[in-house]
Ligand binder design. Structure first.
Ligand code: ATP
Length: 795
């Protein structure tokens, strides 16, 4: 580093020297030096990232255009470099846009759109171009043809990193066999050390995009993933942000930009799920946050010392006795009917009484008289705050509390209202909690009685519950935007108001069925389960988490389970350890769900694959390379819930499997002992051999199916020794025609007859299924509706 220290004593101006070297840095220059941030840290990884960026874009573009994707990905060695070609059958890119899309970082169509897409920042493919030009010095070659165009456009370009602008070397038209789509050719320094990851990425992309056809050719292998469905993922709609989870800075920015004058209009036009009713609720909460609520008090009973009527009458001057009395009694009458009255309610009561009295007596009660009347009545209402608060506190604190202590606490809280200069007994919830807290501390110090957190919270809740939201007008948008505290009050109101979950038509989850289907296609296991959660919100963006589990079968039994991570249908290949999905997997106690987990935390072991998909209009990644989901608590919670949902099914399956295994073991033991006992018994008693199948089925509480054949009559006898009713499907396959049968379905097929019954056999009961056959016949029976381990067939 250049040192200016020696110059300090010489009167030189270091800041000015430094200023000479200070200049703006273009984003392209920045990433040229920091390519690892975009996932281009090595040749092996660079290749995976470039493929990923181009394939993600191709899938986004085709889906957006409603086209079933047909992709071709080729990696070939050319001299010292690798050439990467990616072709899609998407809508193509217009001639004017091609240079910017590929030759300018941070240029794209998705950054400002609240809609689920693989691309987010407009940096991916231009970063691949940058990496290729840096390592090979060769330009990117782009061919693109839009629908209906006779020719395709062809460009060769690099990025001018000083300016972050495209530098075009070739611009022409060309013919191309694809009627529409885009072809990208990049040459780069690379290697195939990450072959497995590359294969995994393509394979898993095919799994979660069953509507795509992907052909993948690399130096050693040529793979084709045919499409499994012609169904495109549900079309997504762009949405506005959801009020839950928006951050303060964003809110202030939105307030500054909106054309709305009123906060209600702003909320309704800028956010999703806010209609008139929700906006009203939200404003009510905003008022509570911003102005505080007004405490309401029980009106004094008529005739007592604080008589409202007398006080009001006293406060009125010069209106004549009759009118004054009529007015005072009108006020007192209405108040006496109310259980509680807050200051602004009193103002209305007085105004109404004034209007009515004026109509009846012809005497007008102007502003000053009304104000005096309000002040007088308010004095009467608040004359004994202490007694009122005592009743509230007493109701919500345990009966074990000493009466004097409750009184002391009530008195202290009452004093805070009395001392408040506002005079309307207005208080925010936060201030109220602080006041109750202080009063409780005092009561502890002075009276040695403690009110714990719960008691304090109950008192706050009781007071807040009887306090009234004020009718004041909320400030207009421009005032909210100009004051950080007011904006923060609005934000808090947005957070606490119940608002319908965001619409999910901006998201395209895989769905639990397809997720399970995908796992089945990919993994040979014994058990599969999947769960899709309802949409939630983070930072104003909706998201859905899905999880799937495959277990057993051919899955590797030793070592840790495999975790497949997906974000917006894109497999995440790198940085597993830094991903919120991994963290959540490790934090779950998998022993509860029947998986082995040394030490009770960390990655579980065993023959299982865990799959998690996070779909959102804005997936928060840990870095620009989009390899790992960031630790956002709302998302982590949903990942956990989705995994647990699927894991509960795994647990049920494993429990059942274990109990069946135990049963099978018991049955094996009995099956071994029983014949020996029967033999001994026959020998001792000298009787014929005993039929033991029946006994075995009875001991094991099985369903026993036996066949008896005699004189052309076939009897299939079903004995249900189990403890539950059995809904069975019994199919007898025979080599002779049984003719038409009552209660059974007969289907002839290739010289065989399938006779099918659907009997329901109650627990402890039996069913007899009969038919006739002519001549000899072979039989083969199959029974569905009861697990193999609980079935004994003797037929
Ligand atoms: N194959 C393609 N067909 C049509 N349009 C494309 C294609 N590839 C890229 N685009 C357009 O170019 C834009 C920029 O792509 P880029 O990969 O740089 O960013 P992105 O996909 O929007 O976001 P991210 O940086 O997260 O990948 C896209 O938003 C899209 O509009």
């Amino acid at each position: 580093m250049t040192s200016y220290q020696s110059e300090l004593g010489g009167g030189g101006n270091v800041a000015e020297e430094l200023a000479k070297g200070q200049r703006a840095i273009s984003i392209a220059e920045f990433f040229e030096k920091n390519k690892h941030m975009l996932g281009f840290d090595s040749g092996a990884r660079g290749l995976v990232t470039a493929v990923k960026e181009a394939v993600d874009n191709a899938l986004d573009a085709t889906e957006e255009a409603g086209i079933l994707p047909d992709l071709y990905v080729e990696i070939a060695e050319v001299g010292d470099y690798y050439r990467l070609v990616i072709e899609d059958n998407g809508p193509g890119i217009t001639k004017a846009q091609i240079p910017k899309v590929f030759g300018k970082l941070l240029y794209g169509s998705r950054f400002h759109a609240r809609e689920q897409s693989r691309g987010q920042q407009g940096i991916g493919i231009s970063a691949a171009v940058l990496y290729s030009q840096l390592t090979s010095g060769k330009p990117a070659k782009i061919t693109s043809r839009t629908q209906g165009d006779a020719d395709a456009q062809y460009f060769e370009l690099i990025i001018d990193t000083d300016a972050n602008e495209p530098e075009i070397s070739v611009e022409s038209t060309t013919s191309w066999e694809r009627p529409h789509g885009t072809r990208i050719e990049l040459e780069m320094e690379a290697n195939m050390r990450a072959r497995q990851r590359l294969h995994d990425y393509i394979k898993h992309t095919a799994v979660v995009n069953p509507h795509a056809r992907i052909e993948f050719r690399e130096p050693e292998e040529h793979l084709k993933f045919e499409r499994a469905t012609d169904q495109l993922p549900a079309e997504t709609e762009e949405i506005r942000p959801h009020p839950h989870g928006v951050e303060l800075g964003t809110l202030i920015k939105m307030l500054g930009r909106t054309d709305s004058y009123s906060v209600s209009g702003f909320l309704q036009s800028e956010f999703t799920r806010v209609g008139q009713k929700t906006a009203d609720n939200l404003l009510e909460s905003f008022r509570d946050q911003h102005f505080g609520r007004e405490m309401s008090w029980e009106p004094p009973r008529a005739g007592v010392d604080a008589d409202v009527e007398a006080r009001v009458a006293e406060a009125v001057n010069g209106k004549g006795q009759a009118a004054t009395e009529a007015f005072a009694s009108a006020v007192a009458d209405v108040l006496s009917e109310r259980s509680r009255v807050a200051h602004h309610e009193l103002v209305t009561v007085v105004a109404d009484a004034a209007e009515r009295t004026a109509e009846e007596t012809g005497t007008a009660f102007g502003e000053t008289v009304r104000e005096n009347a309000v002040a007088a009545a308010w004095e009467a209402l608040t004359a004994d705050r202490e007694a009122d608060l005592y009743r509230l506190v007493d109701e919500v604190t345990t009966s074990r509390k000493d009466d004097a202590a409750v009184e002391a606490l009530a008195r202290r809280v009452a004093t805070t209202f009395a001392n408040d200069e506002d005079g309307r007994d207005r208080v925010t919830r936060e201030t109220l909690a602080a006041r109750v807290g202080r009063a409780a501390e005092r009561t502890k110090e002075r009276d040695d009685v403690s009110f714990g957190d719960t008691a304090r919270e109950n008192v706050v809740e009781a007071v807040w519950g009887v306090s009234r939201t004020v009718p004041d007008d909320v400030p207009p948008v421009r005032e909210v935007a100009a004051d950080r505290d007011t904006a923060s009050d609005l934000l808090e109101a947005m957070r606490v108001t119940d608002i319908l979950s965001p619409p999910t038509d901006c998201l395209a989850p895989i769905t639990d069925e397809l997720l399970e289907e995908g796992l089945r296609k990919e993994f040979d296991a014994d058990f599969y389960a999947a769960a899709t959660r309802d949409a939630e919100v983070h930072g104003g963006d909706p998201f859905v988490v899905e999880a799937g589990i495959a277990y057993g079968g051919d899955l590797k039994a030793e070592g840790q389970v495999e975790v497949l991570r997906f974000a917006n249908r894109v497999p995440l290949v790198y940085q597993q350890g830094a991903c919120a999905i991994t963290t959540v997997v490790k934090d779950i106690n998998w022993r509860n769900y029947g998986l082995d987990q040394p030490g009770g935390s960390g990655m579980p072991n065993g023959p299982a694959v865990l799959m998690v998909h996070v779909a959102s209009t804005n997936v928060p990644f840990t870095s620009e390379s989009k390899d790992a989901v960031a630790s956002v608590p709302a998302i982590e919670d949903e990942i956990e819930l989705a995994l647990r949902e699927a894991a509960r099914e795994l647990k049920r399956y494993l429990n059942k499997r274990r109990s069946l295994e135990r049963r099978r073991h018991k049955q094996d033991v009995i099956a071994e002992i029983l014949p020996q006992m029967a033999e001994k018994l026959s020998a001792v008693t000298g009787r014929d051999d005993l039929v033991i199948e029946d006994s075995l089925a009875r001991i094991m509480n099985n369903v026993l199916v036996e066949r008896e054949v005699g004189d052309g009559r076939v009897r299939v006898v079903v004995n249900n020794y189990s403890e539950t009713n059995a809904d069975l499907e019994v199919t007898d396959i025979l080599t002779a025609d049984p003719g038409d049968l009552d209660g059974a379905q007969v289907v002839p097929m290739d010289g065989e007859w399938f006779v099918k019954w659907n009997p329901t056999v109650p627990s402890g009961d039996r069913a007899v299924l009969e038919y006739d056959v002519n001549g000899d016949a072979d039989f083969d029976i199959s029974v569905e509706g009861v697990e193999a381990a609980k079935l004994t067939i003797n037929a």
